[in-house]
Design a protein around this ligand. Structure first.
Ligand code: BES
Ligand code: ZN
Ligand code: ZN
Length: 488
């Protein structure tokens, strides 16, 4: 989608569809567009609820109008604005609109014009996306669409910067979505590795990969145990961005990248198993964030790592009860082969320490329990440093995502201690699944390195059509990561 900024007011934008946001059932109109009455009567006539991401497209004498609901002012979140913008573009596109315009002035409570431009532009670009790689005969249409931000901005330089950032971030998100939406037979560990290599080359990131033989040499037996039952070899991929301040310590972001999670010998039930194509979502968010980093060039050095494997129940598969020694030297009793995410992350986390990180953030579709705790509304953040957790929660709010902190207590650490080995990969109590997953991981990070684990199992994909997107990956986490990294 082409994104344009002009100081000329919205009224001068003829033959385009105007996107007008609606809050508390009232259109947010800047200037005297004289439209308020018309819109008001349309809202009355159609019973348009104005709920967030609800849309209404109608024609006027001067052009089309796309109303996009934001819900009520009391519950406003940036997430709603970004999704409402996606929904507006999707609804307009369905009605045949190609050129959109929106007023640059936010007019929403404390939201600056620049923050508004950023969220709306990124949301609009996401609204053009559809995963149609396997729909024969369909062509990507997003490039034909445009959105103009019209009218003065309270800080023009900030608005220009926000628009550029949104454009670059969207480029990374849409490119990665095409990989992240691929099913297990397509997005193999091999394919993900070559995709990451090509992306690194195009964006001047350093790329390296540990093969199965390398992982053996380094005694990364936890990740190797996960891939043992698959014909696909495991890999740990590393992407490096130097930073404009190369003396600074890097932050390391790590993604669980299980290309398909059958559960292994602890086989998952058949119903819904196809969703486990998205068990690579942590790694996909890291890839998107690394591309954003390469395009936005922040000061902080950033290292992205993907722990890639396929979890299958083949003849060489790991059995429940097997004991392996991790890269860190700690032994692990694998009591359930379906708790594989923490195994691949254990080795990646201890490998990450060689970079002397200022902080580590990992993202993983780790537990079904996080869906029980938080639904599909927020991801959990659990870690060894409350300050980092709190920063990430706040950053997510601004970045159009939602995180909620869960505790990590000594009792949870005890729950993961093994009977015949140092650790076991499922808890003894069978309770607090999301916290216990994090408690297992905490054993692989020294206490003096701030570390946060994001359990994105409930937020990484949509299973049904939403006003702001088709079913598929959300790339949840990438937006928070980039917002966090540029502000360090
Ligand atoms: N990939 C799954 C977690 C998952 C479940 C993600 C549902 C998205 C939706 C993970 O590898 C897993 O199977 N976790 C187990 C852990 C348990 C065996 C301790 C789970 O959550 O049931
Ligand atoms: Zn699993
Ligand atoms: Zn999994």
């Amino acid at each position: 989608m082409k994104l344009i900024l002009t100081a000329r007011p919205l009224e001068t934008q003829a033959k385009v569809a105007w996107i007008i946001f609606v809050q508390d059932k009232k259109p947010l109109l800047s200037g005297s567009t004289g439209l308020a009455k018309q819109i008001g009567s349309q809202i009355k006539k159609t019973g348009f609820s104005g709920d967030y991401a609800q849309t209404l497209v109608f024609q006027t004498g001067t052009g089309d109008i796309v109303l996009a609901g934001l819900g009520d002012r009391k519950h406003f979140r940036m997430e709603y604005l970004e999704r409402a913008a996606s929904a507006a573009v999707r609804a307009g596109k369905k009605a045949g609109v190609k050129t959109f315009a929106v007023s640059t002035a936010a007019g929403i409570g404390k939201v600056s014009d620049a923050a508004f431009v950023h969220a709306v532009a990124r949301g609009a670009a996401w609204g053009t996306y559809s995963f149609d790689t396997f729909k024969t005969g369909t062509k990507k249409r997003g490039a034909e669409l445009s959105l103009t931000f019209a009218g003065p901005c309270e800080n023009p330089a900030a608005c220009r910067k926000a628009l550029t950032e949104a454009e670059l971030e969207s480029r990374a998100l849409l490119a990665t979505a095409d990989l992240a939406n691929l099913p297990g037979n397509e997005a193999t560990p091999q394919k993900i590795s070559s995709w990451a290599q090509k992306m690194s080359k195009e964006n001047k990131l350093a790329f390296s990969v540990l093969s199965k033989a390398d992982l053996k040499k380094k005694s990364c037996n936890a990740i190797l145990a996960v891939a043992a039952g698959s014909t696909q070899d495991a890999r740990i991929i590393t992407l490096k961005y130097k930073g404009t301040n190369p003396k600074a310590k890097p932050v390391v972001i790590i993604g669980k990248t299980i290309t398909f999670d059958s559960g292994g010998i602890s086989l998952k039930p058949g119903k819904g198993m196809e969703w486990m194509r998205y068990d690579k979502s942590g790694g996909m968010a890291v890839l998107a964030a690394m591309q954003m980093v390469a395009l936005l060039k922040p000061a902080t050095p950033v290292i992205g790592m993907l722990a890639v494997a396929e979890n299958m129940p083949g003849g060489r598969a790991t059995r429940p009860g097997d004991i392996v020694k991790s890269h860190a030297g700690k032994t692990i009793e694998i009591l359930n082969t379906d708790a594989e995410g923490r195994l691949v992350l254990a080795d990646a986390l201890s490998l990450a320490l060689q970079h002397k990180p200022a902080a580590i953030v990992d993202l993983a579709t780790l537990t079904g329990a996080v869906v029980t705790a938080l639904g599909h509304t927020a991801a959990a953040v659990v870690g060894n440093n409350h300050k980092l957790n709190a920063t990430l929660v706040k950053t997510a709010d601004a970045a159009g995502e939602r995180l909620w902190e869960l505790p990590l207590w000594p009792e949870n650490m005890d729950d993961m201690k093994g009977t015949f080995a140092d650790l076991q990969n499922i808890s003894k109590s069978g309770t607090a699944g999301t916290i216990n997953g994090a408690a297992f991981l905490a054993n692989f990070v020294p206490e003096d390195i701030p570390w946060a684990h994001l359990d994105i199992a409930g937020t990484a994909w949509e299973e049904s059509s939403k006003p702001w997107m088709d079913p598929g990956v959300t790339l949840f986490g990438a937006r928070t990561l980039i917002e966090w990294i540029v502000k360090i």
